[in-house]
Design a protein around this ligand. Structure first.
Ligand code: TNX
Length: 507
């Protein structure tokens, strides 16, 4: 084999030095901090393979590139007894554009077994992505053991049945669903990820998306505003009105939760959610209204802001940084907090201009639960259509920030997989791939303006090399020609948005 190697993500500088052939068994690795964080230089020659990393992570990413150069069988779990791989002789100099290159897995709406999460760590590593964000709690399930509050998982990790799809007709899977990770399971995931230079960011969602917690401990809810007692774990989708009560007792309870979370997750960032907190119960609750007056925070938004600021201070005092969905901007953003921007680019732009770090993950661009084509055969079509090409043309830094000092506050980007319509690993694979490959290139490489990106070249590299790697990894991706018959879910209704979606130019 000769010619240009197919690399995903594309490297900064690639110099073929002529020829190709087998390489020896020895790879010399060393660190040279002058290269910078996560950067590497890979040299492949017949008699010598060398990887110089700016740090250990850089060496690791260099090894991933060597794996890419070694053919699809390098992505199997054991070598096949074949002739040694033919590898192009070259030098690659490479460094990531963004420090935060993430994937969020929503393990709350549908639980994903520990083994499937570990597999996703391997899959992220192969794509040079370095953050795994676990959405651990939501209305439909609480997925992390908290030793001091056993009912969070005894009660909150299970629901009696599950809504199938989003729309009409209303269909149900009558099987109980649930599961949770023990703290040791999560320590194992964190350690496994760390070996692959991937950070795990835990998310405990508050004060909204808390119905599972309220089901487990009704005193967390606004008992004076609702007469039904414990609501039970939510069985269908959408946003629950059951939000946390804004009391000292609830804040203390969650300090207990976060105390245990910090023991399991050593990383800097801790995600506190903050999204889609419906304020109806707070408006009706005399306790919440008295709290607004007592704290002098003006209104319900001010109350949410008070809660977020409390946890910002609490985390900062323990050497951590808060990150939350862009609603944490409402009512004033806590200093030092970072923002995960999901609603268009608006919140991210505002946050960056105010000096806050931002991770860009607009739902209009990189929500992988959203449908991948207009085809009628797409399983449970939800959201806007994001094709592989759309994701390849996603630009994390919008024009309004580009070229300004605020652009440096965009510390990275993330693709999010919400799991209302993905009930198992095969469905997750289908939604995530091949789009995560395009996302990985966007997150790592400095690509031209979205209109000028060479999608044809990307697609060629997909066909010539990357689909075969995904096959070797046993990823149940969406084939370029559309779903396999067994990947379709006829009869299960979805809910598609038919509005214009492309947004990079709007901010
Ligand atoms: C919005 S993104 C949500 C999630 C849903 C998702 C579905 C965000 C912070 N909230 O609760 O699962 O849309 O795409």
């Amino acid at each position: 084999m000769t010619g240009e190697p197919n690399l995903i993500p594309a490297p900064r500088r690639l110099e073929p030095t002529g020829g190709s052939g087998p390489i020896g068994d020895t790879v010399v690795c060393r660190v040279d901090p002058l290269l910078g964080p996560e950067a590497y230089r890979l040299t492949v020659a017949a008699d010598r393979v060398e990887i110089v990393g700016g740090d250990d992570a850089g060496v690791f990413w260099g090894r991933q590139t060597l794996r890419q150069l070694s053919g699809p069988d390098a992505f199997r779990r054991a070598p096949l007894s074949r002739e040694p791989a033919v590898v192009p002789y070259l030098t690659v100099e490479d460094a990531p554009r963004f420090a935060w290159r993430g994937l969020m897995l929503d393990v709350a709406r549908h639980f994903l077994a520990k083994d499937d999460v570990l597999r996703y760590v391997d899959v992220l590593a192969a794509h040079k992505l370095n953050v795994l964000h676990l959405h651990l709690t939501d209305d439909q399930g609480w997925r992390v053991e908290i030793k001091r509050y056993p009912r969070l998982t005894e009660v909150g990790a299970w629901r009696p049945r599950t809504r199938l799809g989003w729309g009409e007709p209303e269909l149900w899977d009558e099987r109980p669903h649930g599961g949770f990770y023990t703290q040791d399971d999560l320590r194992e995931i964190v350690a496994y990820a760390a070996e692959r230079h991937i950070r795990v960011v835990p998310e405990i969602d508050l004060p909204g998306h808390s119905q599972a917690a309220v089901a487990a401990y009704p005193e967390l809810g606004n008992a004076d505003a609702v007469d039904t007692g414990a609501p039970g774990v939510k069985t269908d989708w959408g946003i629950s009105p059951h939000v946390l009560a804004p009391t000292d007792a609830v804040v203390e309870f969650y300090e207990g939760v976060f105390t245990e979370i910090l023991e399991v997750f050593p990383g800097r960032f801790v995600h506190i959610g903050g999204d889609e907190c419906v304020k109806d119960q707070w408006r009706e609750s005399p306790t919440a209204q008295a709290r607004i007056a007592e704290l002098g925070v003006g209104d319900e938004d001010g109350l949410q802001s008070w809660m977020i600021r409390h946890f910002d201070r609490w985390l900062a005092a323990r050497g951590r940084r808060l990150i939350g969905w862009d609603e944490i901007l409402q009512g004033g953003l806590a200093p030092g907090a970072a923002v995960m921007c999901w609603r268009w680019y608006t919140g991210g732009v505002a946050a960056a201009e105010a000096g806050h770090d931002v991770v860009m993950c607009p739902q209009q661009e990189v929500y992988l639960d959203h449908v991948q084509s207009e085809d009628a055969g797409e399983p449970v079509p939800f959201g806007w259509v994001h094709t592989l090409e759309d994701v390849y043309r996603f630009e994390p830094v919008p024009p309004r920030l580009s070229g300004t000092p605020h652009a440096a506050h965009v510390i990275g980007t993330q693709a999010n997989l919400w799991s209302e319509v993905t009930e198992n690993r095969a469905r997750v694979d289908y939604q995530v791939f091949p789009r995560l490959a395009a996302f990985a290139e966007v997150a790592w490489s400095t690509l031209p303006h979205p209109d000028k990106r060479d999608f044809g070249d990307f697609d060629r590299r997909m066909h010539e090399a990357h689909y075969a790697r995904l096959d070797a990894l046993d990823i149940a991706y969406r084939p370029p020609t559309g779903p396999h018959p067994w990947q379709q879910r006829p009869g299960i209704p979805g809910r598609m948005h038919h509005k214009p979606r492309r947004t990079w130019y709007m901010a």
